[in-house]
Design a protein around this ligand. Structure first.
Ligand SMILES: Nc1ncnc2c1ncn2[C@@H]1O[C@H](COP(=O)(O)OP(=O)(O)O)[C@@H](O)[C@H]1O
Ligand SMILES: [Mg+2]
Length: 303
């Protein structure tokens, strides 16, 4: 991770401080298995420098942005860079305080607390990824207020006081900008430094595609980048919704092409069919048609 960031040109003084942080905030050996080994690298130097700086200043981070802007990839990359065990904590309808902090269970006739992910993360100096935090319901929100408090002590009725390890950080993610997303309440937002996740740049998308598909023909690499940008522009101009502007879908589609589907079949599955509106699907197909010939097969796509 460190080498990757040096290569990308991230400020070396920041990276030196990260190393220093690793030395002062050691973790216990039993937790090293939780340090992620990311499959994807996050690309975007401004975001990297903002995120690293905030974490070094003991801030918690809120990553806000449309789907597939690399929020979870960045959170995972950060835990890997800082060499911290990571806990993923998601906020679905059934998430309550007990499942986050812990529940009493019987063991050999005694009541013991089975620690939940927040508890473990807090005492072990972990990075807790609070995924889709805006979907949290009120009960969990009250708990989150306590966790993210500057006093770094979780004091919740029914539990012992939990003192946060100095190395513990929380990184929340939140989708924003399309129907069905919820706002986050002000008091909770105020406990974070917020990064608005930008759409990946053409240059960085090129790097990402090259790393993921080393044999991709350079001509088609350009076309896939162009296609994604065309879709972004159409969506910004409100000609189409954001449904088909899906980097995750584009990457998956290219994987399907590697396995032998034609480009059109794969792009229909990865992009076009994400919209359920026939008129919009036609617009997306038009964009694809301008860049990708009919019946394009893998022999042509991969060199
Ligand atoms: N800036 C970026 N750098 C690297 N990968 C990115 C970037 N933006 C999007 N991606 C890719 O998009 C996909 C979805 O990323 P993910 O982190 O799950 O998105 P999110 O959590 O924002 O919905 C991944 O394959 C990831 O590699
Ligand atoms: Mg996500």
């Amino acid at each position: 991770m460190l080498d990757f960031l040096k290569n990308e040109g991230i400020r070396t003084d920041l990276l030196d401080e990260v190393m220093q942080f690793q030395k002062t905030n050691t973790i216990c050996p039993e937790m090293t298995y939780r340090i992620p080994n990311p499959r994807f690298h996050y690309y975007g130097n401004n975001v990297w420098e903002e995120a690293i700086t905030a974490l070094l200043c003991a801030e918690n981070l809120l990553l806000v942005g449309p789907k597939a802007t690399g929020k979870n990839v960045l959170a995972e990359n950060l835990a890997a860079l800082f060499r911290k065990p990571k806990w993923d904590i998601s906020f679905h309808v059934n998430t309550d305080s007990a499942s986050l902090i812990g529940t009493d269970t019987f063991e050999n006739g005694q009541v013991v607390l089975r620690r939940g992910p927040i508890y473990e993360c807090a005492i072990n100096g972990g990075f807790g990824v609070l995924d889709e935090i805006n979907m949290a319901k009120n009960e969990s929100i009250a708990l989150l207020h306590a966790i993210l408090d500057f006093r770094r002590i979780i004091d919740v009725p029914g539990y012992n006081k939990i003192i946060l390890n100095d190395g513990t950080r929380f990184i929340a993610t939140m989708n924003y900008g399309y129907a069905g997303t919820r706002e986050l309440n002000e008091a909770l937002t105020s406990r974070f430094m917020v990064i608005e996740m930008p759409a990946i740049s053409a240059k960085n998308l090129g790097k990402l595609l090259q790393r993921e598909f080393p044999h991709l023909n350079p001509g088609y690499l350009e076309q896939f980048i162009g296609l994604f940008q065309d879709l972004q522009k159409k969506s910004e101009n409100s000609e189409i919704s954001t449904k088909s502007v899906d980097l995750r879908g584009l990457l998956s589609a290219i994987h399907l092409m590697e396995k032998g589907l034609t480009a059109n079949q794969a792009l229909r599955m990865g992009l076009t069919s994400k919209s359920f509106d026939p008129y919009e699907r036609e617009l997306v197909e038009d964009v694809i048609r301008l860049r990708i010939p009919e019946q394009l097969t893998r022999e042509k796509i991969f060199a």
